[in-house]
Write a protein that binds this ligand. Sequence first.
Ligand code: NDP
Length: 385
Amino acid sequence: MAKILCVLYPDPEVGYPPEYARDDIPTIASYANGQKAPVTDDIGFRPGELVGCVSGELGLRPYLESLGHELIVTSDKDGPNSEFERHLPDAEIVISQPFWPAYLTPDRIARAKKLKLAITAGIGSDHVDLAAATKNNITVAEVTGSNSISVAEHVVMMVLSLVRNYLPSHEYARNGGWNIADCVSRSYDVEGMKFGTIAAGRIGLAVLRRLKPFGLDLHYTDPHRLAPEIEKELGLTYHPEPHSLIQTMDIVNLQMPLYPSTEHFFNDELFSQMKRGAYLVNTARGKLVDRDAVVRALESGQLAGYAGDVWYPQPAPADHPWRTMPWNGMTPHISGTSLSAQARYAAGTLEILKWFFEKKPIPEVYFIAHEGKLAGAGAHAYKLT
Ligand code: NDP
């Protein structure tokens, strides 16, 4: 029987289960590219329940225990004395969410002698050292597509709230104030602005589609060009390399995966090339930008605003400068773990486990690494260097 080690974020401070605001969520059967969403017939929870935290267990316990497997669920993931470290040497499967990542470093992978499968409940597997995983023949799989729209919606929200100066204006109202001039002296319309996304994969393209009705001038850069009919439908301008986009945009969205050569992609030099007063939204990964260069760009006025939900490390320390830097619209890492998203990626995690234990093929699109190399979605999105 297998040991499955599952790392999830802590329960709500107000207790579990929380009081839900709604009684149901819409059923999403398939995604924009035609890929089917995970089947939710026999999941161990009601869609719309909080399953991404420890007590929610992604709803996996009934299935795994019916087969006699051992499921360990913990949020204690960091440091040599953590529960994660304690169970890792015996674990055959590790499940982790990017929101509360169990970092699978080369050292940890070396100690995880029985590890065969690392599942990302969600999207984005950079918390696994993919070079070490491929070297050790560990399959890395994620629930591709499960939260792409969740993140795209978050990006649209952040673009609007930065440009329109929503969050500071809300604070004025909460604090009893009514100085309209203070609120609007940094408030603009997005209409007519130039918006560019760095990477137009599932999320980047969904963001472009959602922003089209706002009357923005839409641009993108990506190693692979989108189909001509999509470019025409959305009126897109393609930039073969990111620099021309970065230099001319009012708003830049960062949506590329994190791998060794994209780490600190945005640094002082790149910020200095942007238009003064540009906005940057990053829901991809915190390490794509140099932490202190963002602070400097906001303090100097080179950037008019920065918003995102991804940090490094996660959880971010209480004194992380992005919590307090000016004109930021940061949230904890939440965009891809709405209750709606959880229903899909928890169901997708169950599907992957079933395929694994029933020795059925896992769909190619769910693979990040397999049989000693990058595979499936991972072969497109990631590089080992
Ligand atoms: P996809 O794999 O669909 O798209 C990634 C895109 O990035 C691909 O089009 C790829 O190009 C492109 N790309 C890779 N390298 C570069 C580069 N150096 N410059 C420009 N583009 C590049 O992934 P998703 O859209 O689903 O997700 C993107 C990222 O968003 C994830 O990797 C993850 O880090 C993050 N994410 C964050 C979430 C959150 O909750 N905040 C949730 C989900 C994802 P091509 O394939 O054409 O070569």
